[in-house]
Ligand binder design. Structure first.
Ligand code: HEM
Length: 188
C-alpha cells in the first residue's frame, strides 16, 4: 500500500511539473525560433540567446526580435552610454497576447515609459508568440517619430543596438535582466 502511495505521489509530481506554467511560461532549455524573414537583415547572438531582424520600409523600420525567455524581451536603439538615451521597445507575450511599451533611456541604467516623460508610444503592427521557451515579437517604428523620447534613424547609417531580456515568466517591463544583456552595431 505504502509503495502504491509513493508511486502515485511521484506520478502526481511528474505530471504537475510537466504542465507547470499553463500558457507556456516554462523554464529555459528551449531554442531560438528558426524564423528567417525574407528581405530582412539579421544579427544573432546564439550564445546569449538573442536574435534581431530588421528592414527599412519607406519611413518605417520593421523589426523582429526573439530571445530565449518566456519573460520580457527588448531592444534599445542608439544609446549614448550604457542604457542612456536609447529608444527602447520592450515586449512580452502573456496568454498568447503580445504587450509592448515604448521607453527612453533617461539614465545610465534606467529607462522610463515615453508617455511618463511627456512623449508618446510610437510603435505599430505588434505581433508576438512564445515558441519552445523563447519569445518572438514583431513591431514597426517610424524612422523619425519626431518624439523627443525616440531616436531619429536614417537608412544606410550604422547604430549601436542594445538588447536585454528578463527571466522566464517575468511578463513585465521592470524585472532586472541580470547577465542577459548585450549589444552590437547594425546598419539600416
Ligand atoms: C527592465 C529594467 C532594467 C533594469 C532594472 C536595468 C538595470 C541595469 C543595471 C543595474 C545595469 C548595470 C549592471 C549590469 O551591467 O548588469 C544595466 C546594464 C545594462 N542594461 Fe539594463 N536594465 C533594465 C532594462 C534594460 C533594457 C530594456 C535593455 C536593452 C534593451 C538593457 C540593456 C542593458 C545593457 C546593454 C547593459 C550593459 C551596459 C554596458 O555594460 O555597456 N537594460 N542595466
Amino acid at each position: 500500500m505504502r509503495k502504491l502511495l509513493v508511486t502515485i505521489g511521484l506520478l502526481t509530481l511528474f505530471v504537475s511539473a510537466a504542465f507547470a506554467g499553463g500558457d507556456g511560461e516554462k523554464g529555459s532549455g528551449g531554442a531560438l525560433p528558426d524564423i528567417t524573414l525574407e528581405g530582412y537583415s539579421r544579427e544573432t547572438d546564439e550564445r546569449m540567446g538573442f536574435d534581431l531582424q530588421w528592414k527599412v520600409d519607406g519611413q518605417t523600420l520593421r523589426v523582429q526580435m526573439a530571445a530565449l525567455t518566456t519573460g520580457w524581451i527588448a531592444v534599445g536603439f542608439d544609446p549614448t552610454n550604457m542604457m542612456a538615451n536609447a529608444n527602447f521597445l520592450i515586449g512580452y507575450v502573456s496568454n498568447g497576447t503580445p504587450f509592448m511599451s515604448d521607453h527612453f533611456g533617461d539614465g545610465t541604467f534606467k529607462h522610463t515609459q515615453d508617455t511618463k516623460l511627456g512623449g508618446k508610444d510610437n510603435f505599430s503592427d505588434v505581433e508576438g508568440e512564445e515558441i519552445n521557451g523563447a519569445t518572438l515579437i514583431r513591431f514597426s517604428i517610424p524612422l523619425d517619430s519626431g518624439d523627443a523620447y525616440d531616436k531619429p534613424l536614417e537608412q544606410g547609417k550604422t547604430y549601436r543596438v542594445i538588447y536585454a531580456y528578463g527571466p522566464d515568466g517575468k511578463d513585465d517591463f521592470a524585472t532586472y535582466h541580470s547577465k542577459n544583456r548585450g549589444g552590437f552595431e547594425i546598419t539600416l
